[in-house]
Design a protein around this ligand. Structure first.
Ligand SMILES: [Zn+2]
Length: 241
């Protein structure tokens, strides 16, 4: 851990460690794949990121990398994910984004493969109502700045982007918003896949009704309440209580 870490930066890293454990507990893991990052506060042009070769629940203060907007590691000795450019290019494109998360959740991958748009068939799906991009350039890893810029373009102004036949990228202003967003996106995709598999879905509710719910569930305190609960649950499980 660099001696220069301020209390604020240390808190961010501790929260990234907890976020990784929450994500695994919620089924967002895929071996050691998937990564989370957070923009270093201030105008540093840097972000913290989970390293390669460990699970999301194996992030530590010692293995978190500090990376610049060219994708170069400036602090830390662990191996960097080749898909770092998803993060760097989104941070360059979106000043409002402070956290970027990439995972391979089953139902969201299935939905992305169907080519169908995300529908508002459940309350969690309202969070993403007209707020999901789709990236269709490749099934392969996002291993260059150009490809990362393509993901950032597909994300556009939205909260999340489906990478076709691959996974999701979810963004947010906080770790809580981003992690809860990813869990809600997967739930939305799961319900939609069930509804569409059953066939003949009833019409969605009117736009104004969906937008009201979207507004209500988009409030930062809602993300914090739900995230804090999942953190408490992970800690209870670790303590065996
Ligand atoms: Zn991936």
């Amino acid at each position: 851990m660099p001696d220069s870490d301020s209390k604020q930066n240390l808190d961010i890293k501790q929260n990234m460690i907890l976020a990784g454990k929450v994500l695994v507990a919620e089924g967002q893991d895929d071996f050691t794949r998937g990564h989370i990052s957070f923009r270093v506060p201030g105008a540093s042009g840097l972000f913290y990121m989970k390293p390669h070769s460990v699970g999301l629940d194996e992030i530590t203060l010692d293995n978190i990398l500090t990376i610049d907007m060219d994708g170069k590691v400036v602090a830390g000795t662990a191996k960097r994910h080749s898909e770092v450019f998803i993060h760097s290019e989104i941070y360059k494109a979106r000043a409002d984004v402070h956290c970027v998360l990439h995972t391979h959740p089953t139902y969201a991958v299935a939905l992305s493969s169907s080519g169908r748009p995300l529908r508002c068939y459940s309350q969690p799906s309202a969070l993403f109502y007209e707020d999901v991009g789709v990236y269709t350039d490749t099934i392969n890893l996002i291993r260059s700045a150009e490809m990362g810029a393509g993901v950032a373009r597909a994300l556009g102004p939205h909260r999340a982007v489906l990478l076709k036949n691959h996974g999701v990228v979810v963004t947010g202003a906080s770790i809580a918003e981003t992690v809860i967003g990813a869990i809600m996106l997967e739930n939305a995709a799961q319900v939609q896949m069930i509804v569409e598999a059953a066939g003949d879905p009833a019409p969605e509710f009117p736009r104004a009704d969906i937008e009201k719910l979207k507004h209500d569930i988009s409030r930062p305190e809602q993300f914090a309440i739900n995230y804090d609960y999942l953190v408490r649950r992970v800690k209870r499980r670790e303590a065996g209580t």
